[in-house]
Ligand binder design. Structure first.
Ligand SMILES: Cc1cc2nc3c(=O)[nH]c(=O)nc-3n(C[C@H](O)[C@H](O)[C@H](O)COP(=O)(O)O)c2cc1C
Length: 182
């Protein structure tokens, strides 16, 4: 039997793309980290990514000013940091030191990337659209890297467990990867 969802709950069916940590530098060059579930690839050539960010986020001010950020991929082991960076605002706090995560230099953008994350995508904003309290950033991917242990052309999801936010307090993690044969 099909269960009807309210339009405002339909995101719960698509919410579980990998949770990412967005790293930014604010106007005083202080580094910050924010947890974000609402992201997705828009295109591969040119490489474009979308993120949806609410007014509550201090990171929003930083990205509006710098027009850049890094999408970092945490794995299952970083769940505590993911929760912390999604609860606390970095406006007056240093979430890097609070989570013991390490900011390291990015290749192209000024925003740092997070050493403990297994992959990083450096982005520059191409367009931004505001809908009520949320801003959608469509951004160009300038540079990306991934720990070779977990990538052989495709993510080795049996070796690295990415986190997927289902909504509320629920998460899922990746498992066995397979190649369908006919
Ligand atoms: C699992 C999870 C996913 C989240 N996803 C988003 C999101 O997609 N967009 C958003 O604006 N906030 C999201 N948040 C909330 C922000 O991470 C939170 O407001 C954070 O404190 C903002 O940090 P900042 O003020 O330092 O930028 C999420 C929080 C959690 C725990």
């Amino acid at each position: 039997m099909l269960k009807r969802l309210k339009p405002e709950d339909a995101h719960l069916l698509l919410n579980h793309g990998p949770v990412v940590l967005i790293s930014t530098a604010d106007k005083k060059n202080n580094p910050n980290i924010m947890t974000l579930a609402w992201t997705g690839i828009v295109n591969s050539e040119p490489p474009l990514i979308a993120i949806g960010m609410g007014e509550q986020a201090y990171s929003l001010q930083s990205i509006k000013k710098s027009k850049e950020f890094v999408v970092n991929l945490p794995d299952r082991k970083l769940i505590k940091s993911v929760l912390h960076c999604g609860k606390i605002s970095g406006k007056n706090r240093d979430k890097f030191s609070e989570t013991n995560l390490t900011p390291i230099k990015s290749k192209i953008v000024k925003s740092p990337k997070i050493k403990e994350c297994f992959a990083h995508i450096e982005c520059r904003v191409a367009n931004q659209y505001k809908y009520g309290d949320v801003t959608l950033f469509i951004s160009k991917i300038l540079y990306a890297d991934v720990d070779g242990k977990f990538f052989d052309g495709y993510l080795k999801t049996d070796k690295i467990k990415t986190l997927h936010h289902l909504g509320g307090g629920w998460f899922a993690e990746t498992g066995r990867r397979f190649y369908p044969t006919t």
